[in-house]
Design a protein around this ligand. Structure first.
Ligand code: MN
Length: 258
């Protein structure tokens, strides 16, 4: 390791303890794996037998105007997210053999689920996970990023503006429905786009620190076909305080086993 790498590590605030956690997590087996759960799946219950709940928003549905309009927030949260929850509950009711499974373990290994319902579980469990995360990333009154997150962003992208441009570009290039993510790979921040309701933890490409929904249902009422305008506007409601907390949590919890 050269001096500049050491300097960067110091800038990132990566303590020996947090690095130890990351190293340890890469040695754990899937059966005992837990790192990252609090960040990646904070809203998931212990097993699918427990009732799924639609998480309440921390702000009124009109609070993100004019960037994200009230009707979009109402339909997106109350209808679309609820539909993922309802669909998942129906799948569990029809397939009681999956009720005892830990949803986080399923996200890491879909072969735990019968093949006939694997894609449906992936879509709806992913939808529940992703939207629960997404609501927490927005606020009408954002605070500044932590020094820790700012340093990591600058280290990976050069500046916050360049990071935002990279996340937005990946969202713009996503053909059809999906998400664009800022992820922690275990070594650095990176940008990933996923299709449908997939999440980067499903294939261990990283743990989300921030994600933007680029399904048309997230923006079409106000922006119609102008996804670029929606992505540009979204940064006005990004909750940097929440994202900073998530990043600190990701660093301390580690990333899923490869
Ligand atoms: Mn959505």
């Amino acid at each position: 390791m050269n001096a500049s790498a050491l300097d960067r590590r110091a800038l990132l605030g990566l303590s020996a303890a947090s690095l130890g956690t990351l190293a340890l997590s890469s040695q754990t087996t899937r059966a005992t794996y837990r790192p990252g759960r609090t960040t990646a799946a904070a809203h998931l219950q212990a097993t699918l037998a427990e009732p799924l709940a639609l998480p309440a928003l921390n702000y009124p549905t009109y609070a993100l105007e004019p960037h994200i309009d009230e009707l979009t927030m109402q339909i997106h949260h109350d209808k679309h997210h609820q539909a993922y929850i309802d669909n998942l509950a129906m799948l569990v009711a029809d397939h009681p053999e999956i009720a005892g499974l830990d949803p986080f373990e399923i996200l890491l290994d879909f072969s735990l689920v019968p093949e006939a319902i694997r894609q449906s579980v992936r879509n709806n469990l992913g939808g529940h996970l992703n939207h629960s995360f997404f609501w927490k990333l927005m606020t009408p009154q954002s605070l500044d990023k932590s020094d820790q997150l700012t340093a990591a962003v600058n280290d990976a992208f050069g500046s916050t503006e360049k990071m935002q441009a990279a996340v937005s570009e990946a969202g713009l290039k996503r053909f059809g429905s999906g998400w664009t993510w800022l992820v922690w790979t275990g070594a650095k921040l990176d940008v990933i786009s996923t299709p449908n309701q997939d999440n980067p933890i499903m294939d261990r490409t990283g743990v989300p620190v921030l994600g933007i929904d680029v399904w048309e249902h997230a923006y079409y009422l106000k922006y119609q076909n102008r996804r670029a305008d929606y992505l540009s506007a979204w940064w006005n409601v990004c909750d940097w305080y929440a994202v900073s907390q998530i990043f600190a949590d990701v660093l301390s919890n580690g990333v899923p086993d490869a």
